[in-house]
Design a binder for this molecule. Sequence first.
Ligand code: AG3
Length: 282
Amino acid sequence: MSDERFEETLYPGWRQVFAVDRWLHRERTEHQDLAMFESPVFGRVLALDGVVQITEGDEYMYQEMMVHVPIVGHGAARRVLIVGGGDGGCLREALKHPDVAPTLVEIDPSVVTFSKTWLPAIGKAALEDPRSRIVIADGVDFMKTSAETFDVIIIDSTDPHGPGEVLFTQDFYAACHARLSERGILVTQNGVPFTQGQEVTDSWHRLRGAGFADVTFYVVPVPSYVGGFMALGWASKDPANRGFDAGEARRRLEGRTLDTRYWTPEIQTACFALPRYVQDLL
Ligand code: AG3
C-alpha cells in the first residue's frame, strides 16, 4: 500500500480518508472536479468535488434501491428517466426490467467518458446498450423543455452544492411532476439524515409543495457515504404505489427474479419504515 490518501471534504468537521493504491484519473471538468482512484477496501472510487459518489465495493446498495423500488412500486413502468448517474450504474439496474426503456440525462460528458474507461464493471455495458438513450444536457433544461412523459423519474444527483443544487428546488420538483404520467413516481438522492437532516426536511416541504399526493422517504445503508445511512426521497402521484406486501412485489415481477445483491421483495416494503429521528425531520 502506498502512502497516498484521498480525503473527502464534504463536512468541515468530519473526514473519511481512503488509502489510494493507484490514481486512475484526476481532472477539473467544465462542471466539477473529478477524481478516480483505486482503494484497498472499496475497489475503484469516483469522487466529484471532493465527495464520494460511487465505489465498486458498495455501489449496488444505492443503485438497486434508487431504481427497483420505484419501478416495482409503479408496477407497469415503461418510460424511465435518470437525471445524473453518468456512471451508468442506475441505468444498468433499470435495464434489468425487460419492458423498461431508460433515458439518462447527464450534464457532464466527462463523467460518462471516464466512468466507461475506469469503472467499466459498473455501467459500461449499460451506457452502450441499444435500449439506453443517453442525453448530455442540463437536467433542469431537459425537464422544462421536454414534452415527453415518464412513469418513473430518478434523480441520481450529487449533494445540493455546486451543479447538483438546482435539482433540489421546488421549481425543479414541479417540472418533474409535470413530466410524470398519471401514476408516476419521482425518487431523489436526499443525503444522510444524521448529518444532512435539513436536506430531508427541505425536500419534504418542496416535494409536497410541488403537488405530489404521497411524499415520504425510504432508506438504504451505504458504507462509503459518511454517516452510512441514506435517505431517498419518494414522491408519487398515487399512494397505492407503496404499502403493498412482499408477495405483491413478487407477483409484479411475474415469476422473474431480479438479479440483485441488496434489493429483495421484503426490502421493497421494509425500506419505508423510518427510524423515529428521520420521521421527526418530516
Ligand atoms: N450520487 C450520490 C452521491 C451522494 C453522496 N452524498 C453523501 N455522501 N452525502 C451517486 C451517483 C451514483 N450513480
